[in-house]
Ligand binder design. Structure first.
Ligand code: PMP
Length: 330
């Protein structure tokens, strides 16, 4: 019989697929890595497993303990999966811009959530960083993974994501592109690929316009899970060779194209990463292999990016090719 012993054993080993339509005019091979095929639906399953294993080994998390973490949702799902298997309670702190679907996923796994305002500064007592610090201090037996400073995050990508990409491309990958949130994905995967290729793989970060990684001040943007208004220690700035800033409009337009033209239903940070990858690939030749990591699926964004009224309410233009049945039959 072929089966996994627990759901956690299915984390990682996600497939690569070639983009064929949105890459028109580009001669390099562009492959995307589908992290939504992880059991919790995102790349964050990888860091959750590694972080909890390490916390148990170091005695920071004991039987019956509580995991407290500020998370945009995906890290929470990963942590909730592992916690559930090992009998821990989970409390997650979310900024209010995170969609209701994402919140409901967390509670479905049995986690508790606390919602905080997006519009306050990180040092404000109601910011999601400070609220989670208070909860972690006051709940007995609490452990705060702190994905922004926990080096087991980048380490999980160094140990799994990087080797998977190298092996699946037979060492032919020349460019790796990922969005930067905590920075764990790009730092860990990028470090591995640079080491194994002796510097032969170029590492490109994708960042929302306005975020600090691409020189912004941290002003608000709508794409979720990426960009920051501070510099997390999980991010190693020596790894990326280049950071490309992408607007919300371009990120969301590409996210919709990926669903309509490639059959790949992913979130806004995936669209953002593909925009950056296509810009980086524009000057590359046919021997180049660009691998783009797509962190999560699109189901958590159906009320936003995939909702025409939501898109219009933020002034994102209606996309060409959208027509009603009446238009078709006219
Ligand atoms: N996209 C989404 C949807 C995410 O949740 C995250 C994690 N915050 C990222 C991209 C960025 O990954 P990382 O934190 O490893 O930089």
């Amino acid at each position: 019989m072929k089966y996994a012993n627990t759901i956690i054993d299915l984390v990682g080993n996600t497939p690569l697929v070639k983009l064929n339509r949105v890459t028109e005019g580009i001669s390099a091979t562009v492959l995307v890595k589908l992290e939504y095929l992880n059991p919790g639906g995102s790349s964050k399953d990888r860091i959750a497993t590694r972080i909890i294993d390490a916390a148990e080994a170091e005695g920071k998390l004991k039987p019956g303990g509580t995991i407290v973490e500020p998370t945009s949702g995906n890290t929470g799902v990963g942590l909730a999966l592992v916690a559930q298997q090992r009998g821990y309670r989970c409390v997650f702190v979310l900024p209010d811009k995170v969609g209701e679907d994402k919140r409901n996923v967390l509670t479905a796994y049995g986690a508790e959530i606390v919602v905080t305002p997006t519009s306050v500064a990180p040092e404000h007592p109601d910011s999601y960083y400070n609220v989670s610090d208070r909860l972690a201090a006051e709940i007995p037996g609490a452990f705060k993974p702190n994905q922004y400073s926990n080096l087991n995050g980048p380490r999980s990508h160094y140990e799994t994501t990087g080797p998977e990409i190298w092996d699946d491309t037979d060492g032919r990958v020349t460019v790796f592109v990922a969005g930067v949130g905590t920075g764990g994905t790009i730092s860990g995967t990028g470090r591995y690929l640079k080491e194994v290729s002796d510097g032969g793989v170029r590492i490109v970060g994708a960042d929302p316009e306005g975020s600090v990684y691409s020189g912004g001040t941290g002003r608000p943007y709508l794409v979720e899970g990426v960009g920051e208004d501070f510099w997390p220690t999980a991010y190693d700035p020596s790894i990326p060779d280049e950071i490309i800033a992408v607007s919300d409009a371009d990120s969301f337009a590409m996210t919709r194209r990926l669903a309509r033209e490639e059959g790949i239903l992913v979130g806004g940070s995936s669209g953002m990463a593909v925009v950056a990858a296509l810009r980086a690939a524009a000057s590359l030749g046919p021997d180049d292999v660009v691998v783009v990591l797509l962190p999560d699926g699109g189901r958590g964004y159906l009320g936003k990016i995939f909702n025409d009224r939501w898109m219009q309410s933020y002034g994102f233009a209606e996309l060409p090719g959208e027509s009603t049945v009446a238009d078709v039959l006219r």
